[in-house]
Design a protein around this ligand. Structure first.
Ligand code: ATP
Ligand code: MG
Ligand code: MG
Length: 349
């Protein structure tokens, strides 16, 4: 069988490895950090930095196709890898999604709607943007933000200076605050032949910037569900995308706004492990390994709950719950805000 190269050895890389293994494929994980969660399940692990171009080339030569669990792969590393093996999803998806400004510009160029946004380089551009966008607003670093890190709320002009300081000189964008009725995400997949399949949209609840739960079905009308799936398909087609993508949406009375997209399997798609015959991880592996997409239709109502930090203390009770599947990531140290695992609860009507 073929070998899938996976950049990143976190929980997403781990669950991709498990899915590949079930399909009789081998996996080789590239991860700079020691003792990565994916290391326990992958067939091979390379521990090296993305600056080590020899190690990258050796890794690439040992696999048939390269995929990734996170979007912040350095461009120079991608250049080395691309010479040797196909990277799926492709470079364009990474380029667009590595930077919130590029991403929002791409989305609005496609005719999709986002929160109002502006490029912020200094106090003057922030003051000018606040004039147009108004408050409340959110200042976000353009790159490297996740779990709500690198964001500062601006409730009034008096918060501007402090918010800019919080960016520590990093390029940023200002976003108008969206009064959404709920947040949903679409986990969408596209194969090399251009077929697209979307999982049923899930409804997301965040706390302190971190995803806590995803529930399916989301509280959406038929029209909203159709709009969500169509706009995700439009994004995948525009990028000639191969693999799974997570698209986060704000539901508003005026329609759906795109919050952000992630060119990879997504935390809000973990419910598919226990709600569908083919989950997001297998779907991604199928796409990048040139298999036909699988049947991702939903056969159960599910609530996914992330186990963050000392939520793990509840494991004894969780293990006794009926209809609850436990997924742990094998991370050593428990830290506040660290995703340690998740549970998928089947909801019986
Ligand atoms: P992730 O871990 O999903 O990658 P992130 O750090 O990239 O998160 P965002 O998705 O941009 O952060 O924001 C985190 C959450 O903050 C959103 O899911 C939403 O609840 C809230 N949020 C972000 N931007 C806005 C906005 N413009 N208006 C209202 N709420 C927002
Ligand atoms: Mg994000
Ligand atoms: Mg997000």
């Amino acid at each position: 069988g073929a070998t899938i190269g996976i950049l990143g050895g976190g929980q997403l890389g781990r669950m991709l490895s498990v899915a590949a293994s079930r399909l009789g494929l081998r996996t080789h994980v590239f991860e700079p950090g020691a003792n990565p969660p994916a290391g326990h399940v992958a067939d091979a692990v390379t521990t090296a930095s993305y600056e080590d171009h020899d190690a990258l080339a050796e890794f690439a030569a040992s696999v048939d196709v390269i995929t990734y669990e996170f979007e912040n792969i350095p461009t120079a590393a991608l250049d080395v890898l691309q010479e040797l093996r196909p990277i799926r999803p492709g470079r364009e998806a990474l380029r667009v999604s590595q930077d919130r400004l590029t991403e929002k510009t791409f989305l609005t160029d496609l005719g999709l709607r986002t929160a109002p946004f502006a490029d912020i380089t200094d106090a003057d551009s922030l003051a000018a943007a606040l004039e147009v966008i108004g408050t409340p607003a959110i200042l976000k670093t353009r790159r490297f933000g996740y779990d709500g890190k690198g964001q500062a709320r601006i409730l009034g002009p008096e918060d501007a200076a402090k918010a800019l300081e919080d960016m520590r000189g990093a390029p940023a964008i200002l976003e108008g605050f969206v009064e959404f009725s709920c947040e949903v995400s679409v986990i969408a997949a596209r194969s090399a032949d251009g077929s697209v399949a979307c999982f049923d949209p899930g409804e997301n609840i965040h706390r302190e910037g971190i995803l806590r739960t995803t529930t399916v079905p989301a509280r959406l009308s038929g029209k909203q569900r159709t709009d969500a799936v169509l706009l995700a398909a439009q994004i995948l087609n525009a990028l000639n995308y191969v693999g799974v993508m997570g698209v986060e949406l704000f539901v508003t009375p005026q329609g759906l706004l795109v919050n952000e997209m992630a060119p990879r399997v997504h935390n809000s798609g973990h419910w598919t492990q226990n709600g569908c015959t083919i989950d997001q991880f297998e779907q991604h592996i199928r796409a990048v390994a040139n298999w036909p997409l699988g049947d991702g239709s939903r056969y159960a109502d599910v609530q996914m709950e992330n186990l963050i930090g000392d939520d793990l203390d509840r494991l004894p009770e969780l293990a006794r719950e009926a209809d609850t599947a436990i997924h742990l990531y094998g991370k050593g140290a428990v830290k506040a805000g660290r995703k340690m695992g998740h549970v998928n609860r089947i909801i019986r009507g």
